[in-house]
Design a protein around this ligand. Sequence first.
Ligand SMILES: [Fe+2]
Ligand SMILES: [Fe+2]
Length: 276
Amino acid sequence: MPFRLLHYSDPHFGAYDPRIAREAAELANKLEPDLTVVSGDFSMRGRRSEFVLAKQWLEKLPEPRLAFPGNHDVPGLNQINDRFFSPFRRFRKFISEVEEPSAKLGDIGSLSTANSSTPFGLHLDWSRGFLNPVQLHAINTFFSDLPEDQLRVFGMHHPVIGAGERAKALVSPMPLVQALFAHARIDLLLAGHLHQSKICLFPESVSNESKPARCTVVSQAPSICSTRLKGEPNGFHLISLLPDEIELELWRWQSDKFLPQTTKTFGRTENGWKPV
Ligand SMILES: [Fe+2]
Ligand SMILES: [Fe+2]
């Protein structure tokens, strides 16, 4: 039996559709996943009222469930004290006491997460992701301690590389992040942020055939119920995990309900994963 993981992202309470949020919670319970993950951006501007709504919604999702923050879960620049001195206080109070939770995925593998959002940094675009050396080391250690045959699933809000015209590194420092994915032998990344569904491999193309890079499957989930859409409807991914196979099903909001659309399957190889 596969381990079934429900991947929701970017609900954005404060800019959300209440009907779609309600349907998403009801459907999650009908689907009976083994684990539900919400990959950040619970709020719009980090306001208390938004987190109250997010908490009420999150508590309707089936257990076990796991959440980590996104860049919109940090208070805005009009709340400068909170933004710089306790940026994730409300996230910890309303959503999850632990910013970087981990979980066992039955007997098939383990999930580790990182908070890739930061309220400040050297770059001007604060919406971008960042992993510091302590986080990189902790993730590497977590996965290094796992037995060889265990699946390694990693969650962070930012999906490593943007798509299309936004095909740039979304997480810094990219060389270290890339090395982490290879050394920690991460099998699957759960991310969101762009409000667009993308199911792909990272790195996407291997140019040097003599020294192939190790490929990770990326589940970049669309927004589950936000009204801030990027050219596609709300949706989510339902993921089935087997030791040698990862299947990802995209569900989309159509008229008045979520419906399954497309499925992509990846098989394990010596160098990570490839489409089946
Ligand atoms: Fe978002
Ligand atoms: Fe985001």
